[in-house]
Design a protein around this ligand. Structure first.
Ligand SMILES: Cc1ncc(COP(=O)(O)O)c(C=O)c1O
Length: 476
């Protein structure tokens, strides 16, 4: 039989995080057969201790009873309108009450004015990334996405689905993407014949770079993007997974320049990842075909209505429940702030982060010529670097080192090299080849056992790092 053909389709590369997830069961079995405990410093998932849905389900039930009473239904046989709506086809914008509640609370938290009519529900932040990309890919013209080197693997994966899109990446320093390099990459992309729709970044708790952009750098970046007329796609999953003091938290790009920014909110980290709740928001106005101007949110809405068509109203109503608080009289009011929700998560992540940073400091303070690591102000990750300065032993963080760490030490970490877009690796073939992403969000245990496991994991990692990088003669 003749083959079915799709001659223009290019095969997708599998990301190192996916490869790692696939090879993990085998490596774990090897580690366990050697009697090694498996130390989780790799997974980027929310901790099971803060994603137990039972408390939420009780709360949701209470809120739904409240809605039922508000509808004035005394007869238990009558189906309340909100419940009927939650399990019916809804429109692309999802329930208005959920959008209004979110606009009110999020707007208050971040000092921004959000118009609920411009809030487009998405399937998590992943759906928001995809929506923003497809909006600009639809014309078929050759496009260039600007992003950081390194950048979020989910963005690279989505961007590479489009065969007429190319990534132009921008190196970062400790404050964020470097503005001059950004300007020259935008100009290079244009001179190579591409249209440049946006710069994608994760400014708070950057995944995978393990730091947050400074306020000053955000403003410099926005200046470049305004001059160059390029939008900014702000992926903000870790906005509330924030360790900075309130007065030191930078302003979001949406707060600095709402007309230049497409902001992605997700319920995955502040609530739960399973229901796949997210919103895309922008005040940007675009000039399109024949000089017509149109709100970006209108374009996103038509894009979404031809793609997803219907949102999941029950999930959005559940998120709305989370944004309400039970009063003493048994009624429910809109929460003052989402920080109340974040606090429950932050107790776990703050602990884990301090254990990671303190243990690295304790164990490696005598070896500062060999190692460096980032101190994250947000998110789940720290980037660990093997410095090569005066070391006679040079550590290469490739796949075989990762396998060695699992099978010989039971340590699961993610190498950084795969987070560098292709052009960054062409500029610098060594990019990320001396770095690991250490995550402190996930373990299988809870409470005191979680803290113990976290400490043991970091201690095991430090011992392995010393053995790999420090010549025996210099070990203390
Ligand atoms: C930077 C970044 N963007 C997007 C996502 C995906 O989020 P969601 O579950 O909302 O799709 C993640 C998840 O880890 C992430 O780290």
């Amino acid at each position: 039989m003749a083959n079915l053909v799709a001659p223009a389709v290019r095969k997708q590369e599998v990301s190192v995080t996916r490869k790692m997830a696939a090879s993990l069961p085998g490596l774990r079995a090897i580690a366990q057969s050697k009697g090694l405990k498996v130390h989780h410093l790799g997974a980027g998932y929310p901790h099971p201790e803060v994603t137990d849905p039972r408390g939420f389900l009780n709360h949701q039930e209470g809120y739904f009873s409240f809605l039922r009473e508000k509808e004035g239904l005394n007869d238990p046989e009558t189906l309340p309108e909100f419940l009927r709506e939650s399990y019916s086809y809804t429109d692309t914008l999802g329930p208005l009450s959920s959008r209004k509640t979110f606009a009110e609370v999020y707007g208050r938290d971040w000092g921004i004015k959000i118009d609920p009519e411009k809030l487009i529900p998405t399937v998590g932040a992943s759906g928001g990334i995809s929506l923003a990309c497809s909006l600009f890919e639809r014309s078929g013209e050759s496009i260039a996405y600007i992003t950081d080197a390194p950048t979020y693997a989910g963005f690279t994966a989505r961007a590479s689905l489009c065969q007429h899109a190319t990534i132009y990446s921008v190196e970062m320093d400790s404050e964020g993407a470097i503005p001059d390099l950004m300007r020259s990459q935008i100009r290079k992309a244009r001179s190579d014949g591409h249209f440049v729709p946006f710069y994608y970044t994760v400014p708070d708790g950057h995944n995978p770079a393990g730091f947050s952009f400074s306020q000053n750098r955000r403003e410099e970046i926005i200046d470049v993007l305004k001059e160059e007329q390029v939008l900014l796609l702000e992926d903000a999953p870790y906005l509330y997974i924030n360790y900075a003091e309130p007065e030191n938290r930078p302003i979001t790009f949406l707060g600095i320049a709402p007309e230049q920014t497409i902001h992605l909110f997700t319920g995955s980290k502040i609530g739960f990842p399973g229901p796949r709740v997210g919103y895309l928001y922008s005040d940007a106005v675009l000039e399109i075909e024949a000089g017509e101007t149109v709100d970006l949110s209108t374009l996103a809405l038509t894009e979404s209505s031809s793609d997803l068509l219907f949102q999941n109203p029950a999930a959005l109503r559940g998120f709305e429940a989370l944004l309400h608080k039970e009063r003493e009289d048994g009624g429910y009011s809109v929460r003052e702030s989402m920080w109340e929700l974040a606090e429950a998560k932050l107790t776990v992540y703050r602990d884990n982060r301090s254990i990671l940073l303190q243990t690295l400091e304790e164990r490696l303070c005598g070896y500062k010529d060999y190692f460096d690591w980032t101190t994250p102000d947000g998110g789940f990750f720290s980037v660990f670097t093997f410095l090569r300065k005066d070391s006679s032993v040079s550590v290469v963080t490739d796949d075989s080192l990762i396998e060695h760490l699992v099978s010989e030490h039971g340590i699961v970490v993610i190498p950084m090299y795969d987070f560098y877009p292709e052009d960054a690796r062409l500029r610098n073939p060594g990019a990320g080849m001396n770095q690991l992403r250490l995550s402190f969000c996930f373990s299988e245990s809870a409470g005191e056992a979680r803290k113990r496991d976290m400490k043991e994991a970091v201690e095991a990692f430090c011992d392995a790092a010393i053995r790999l990088a420090v010549p025996e003669s210099e070990r203390s």
